[in-house]
Design a protein around this ligand. Structure first.
Ligand SMILES: [Zn+2]
Ligand SMILES: [Zn+2]
Length: 420
């Protein structure tokens, strides 16, 4: 038996995932953002209305099927639509707190052709902020994204753009009118997207240097006065926060729901090659209403955890696995006593493993080494009688005899042991 195509088990890379999740959690706490957990399965219609019928995701990448009750359901391909559904369903917009933020983390599913760094079950995290149309909300959201990635030790470039809202369709029409005469020169993907999702054509890596693209109209020309002021405020704010950024007029993001500010965080190509975007987001001021809620502006972003893992590995960042404080080596049938000592140490906050059966010392110390335990504690009948245990420091060297009632004190006062 094997995993399904495009799916994977997380075993060796677990410490990287743990580090990323911990970092997201700590940044969320700094900004007082609460976690939200939504089901993996949703009504198919949610994603059609949320992501747009023309998006690649909805057209050809969802896991959609009929359940036994003949309902059309979809495994979530991304996180935002579910969070917005939840926000509306529970009438969170009616709470006295008008500015609310949530973050999510978990598996997403897309039926894509598996390739390097692309999987059919993958892990995303994201932040969504509801209730404020102010550029300050955009700024803090970009700041959070930036903080997560830099706190992981990765250097990033922030790219931003504004798609506008009021005249977004006018811009799309102008773009189509400009590209139409050149359609034959462009790749098959671009030709398909011309009808279904024309903004995405600007993402094309194949036609990057085509003159039709280079001379294409920029969305900035289609911003209303108010939107232009908003975009200026975001740029100013980023400078104030000392977050370096560049304006990329071709940055559009793949999903229909974005309005006004969009942004991406990119790491060096030396870490991830051309697919170096680790985070993307923006405003989606119309989505809450589109999905049946009131007119509530929103802004957010999402991360793919796999790309971050690859980047961290390329960076050669040392990520520590869970560490083991104490391995108890047993001499003879002393399990009740050994488990009692282990229980005391665990209650004091140490991680402890007990060798589960009698075995030669050499065999047990092999396991101590494999587990990279900080200390080996030896318990035999003699030790139990005398209440004195040999304690070996496997990391820093040295062995001492410790009185049973001094054990926690000795371990705690040792500099880097994991005392509570
Ligand atoms: Zn193309
Ligand atoms: Zn030590």
């Amino acid at each position: 038996m094997q995993t399904l195509k495009g799916m994977f088990d997380i075993i060796d890379e677990r410490p990287y995932y743990a580090l990323i999740r911990k970092t997201i959690e700590s940044v969320a706490a700094q900004f007082h953002v609460k976690k939200i957990e939504t089901p993996l399965l949703e009504a198919t219609e949610l994603f059609h209305r949320g992501l747009g019928d023309g998006s690649d995701v909805v057209r050809k990448e969802t896991y959609t099927f009929e359940d036994r009750g003949k309902r059309l359901i979809t495994l979530r391909p991304e996180g935002t639509a579910s969070v917005v559904r939840s926000y509306i369903e529970h009438k969170l917009y009616a709470l006295p707190q008008t500015d609310q933020s949530f973050y999510y983390e978990g598996p997403m599913f897309r039926y894509e052709r598996p390739q390097k760094g692309r999987f059919r079950q993958f892990y995303s995290a994201g932040f969504e902020r509801f209730g404020s149309a102010s550029p300050a909300a955009d700024l803090e959201v970009i700041q959070m994204a930036h903080k997560v990635v830099t706190q992981l030790g990765l250097e990033v470039t922030v790219e931003i753009n504004s798609l506008g809202t009021a005249r977004k369709n006018e811009y799309i029409d102008a773009l189509k009118a400009h590209l139409k005469p050149h359609l034959k020169e462009l790749c098959p993907d671009c030709q398909a997207r011309f009808e279904t999702n024309p903004l995405r054509m600007l993402d094309c890596k194949i036609d990057l240097e085509n003159s039709a693209f280079l001379s294409a109209p920029a969305p900035e020309a289609f911003l209303s006065q108010e939107e232009a002021v908003h975009f200026e405020a975001v740029k100013n704010g980023l400078s104030h926060l000392k977050i370096p950024f560049i304006v990329n007029p071709k940055l559009v993001r793949g999903l229909d729901y974005y309005t006004q500010t969009v942004f991406e965080l990119k790491v060096s190509e030396s870490l991830l090659g051309q697919q170096n975007t680790v985070c993307g987001g923006g405003r989606y001021d119309l989505l809450v209403k589109e999905l049946g809620g009131p007119d509530v502006p929103a802004v957010g972003f999402g991360f793919g955890l796999e790309r971050l893992v690859v980047a961290l590995k390329a960076l050669d960042k040392e990520v520590k696995d869970l560490s083991l404080d104490v391995y108890i080596v047993v001499l003879g049938p002393v399990f009740n006593e050994a488990l009692a000592v282990a229980t005391l140490l665990r209650e004091a906050g140490f991680s402890v493993k007990v060798h589960p059966q009698e075995a030669p010392l050499k065999t047990q110390f092999k396991q101590v080494e494999h587990e990279k335990a900080h200390f080996a504690l030896i318990i035999g009948e003699e030790e139990i009688k005398s209440h004195v245990y040999p304690l070996k420091d496997q990391v820093h060297g040295g062995e001492q005899k410790v009185q049973a009632d001094q054990l926690i004190h000795v371990l705690s006062s040792h500099g880097d042991a994991h005392a509570k």
